[in-house]
Design a protein around this ligand. Sequence first.
Ligand code: PPE
Length: 309
Amino acid sequence: MDPRDEKGKMWYNGKFIDWWDAKIHVMSHALHYGTSFFEGIRCYETPKGAAIFRLQDHTKRFINSAKIYRTEIPFSEEEINNACIEVIKENNLKSAYIRPLAFRGYHSLGVDPTKCPVEVIVAVLNWGKYLGEEALSQGVDVRISSWNRMRANTMPTLAKAGGTYMNSQLIKMEAMADNYSEGISIDANGFVCEGSGENIFVIRDGVLHTPPQYGASILPGLTRDSVIHICNDLDLEVKETLIPRELLYIADEIFFTGTAAELTPIRSIDHMTIGAGKRGPITEKIQKRFFEIIDSKVKDKHNWLTFVY
Ligand code: PPE
């Protein structure tokens, strides 16, 4: 994705403006202190037209991320949902990555954000495969990060807040500097957490394991939640449990989940081959069902799709 290619309209505080007119002042609070909340949502091209995946759940998480930081987004849940739909229509898109963002704008310097206005945008862009074109079928090579995720009661991990992503950036840059696609973070207690922008599932003896939604310093991912539902539908057992680092090395299959990453298999960690060193059969089964739901090939029984047009 090259932002310079982006044209078209951006939803900005309730109005549509040109992509390049969406500007802020350099003294905006968010720039100085990381004061922002965001979402990443995919809109897929399906045989029945453009469909947004889990829109309402993303909007709820967006509003709650702000609430954790005592911030009220000055638009209702319904208005944000509609903004995501309307910005796709306005740009006449069949598919897109939708990025709602709320941030504290320009008023005064100082840590106290409360006088700075809360501004909201919804951008749409083309975002291809997060970890590379072949990642979904071939898998990726990753490392365990030397950076830990935030300890409980430091930076809240249930909030998808801009500042938190400084930690993600450390994990990602360290991995890339060593030619890995991604890093896996460990929490303050020494247990496996997540990728810099993905949750993780570990398969051993036919059972899936993933860090618990609460208490493991992870973002409660919606793709993660979707995978858990799909596993129930497919009669696959999922355990939400603390995962020691060494379980990764002896796993049969491991994959990342995320809106951007979708379901990306991991083929090696720290140069140790995972399972057969390629996408495993259970990963493939879950991945297949995930895309069948999106492609309307099987019934969307959980009501995950919102059709745009
Ligand atoms: N953990 C983190 C830290 C995270 O950022 C994401 C999403 C997830 C887990 C998976 O959550 P979900 O998308 O609800 O399944 N990361 C978003 C932003 C990535 C970025 O580089 O920006 C995303 O995937 O859209």
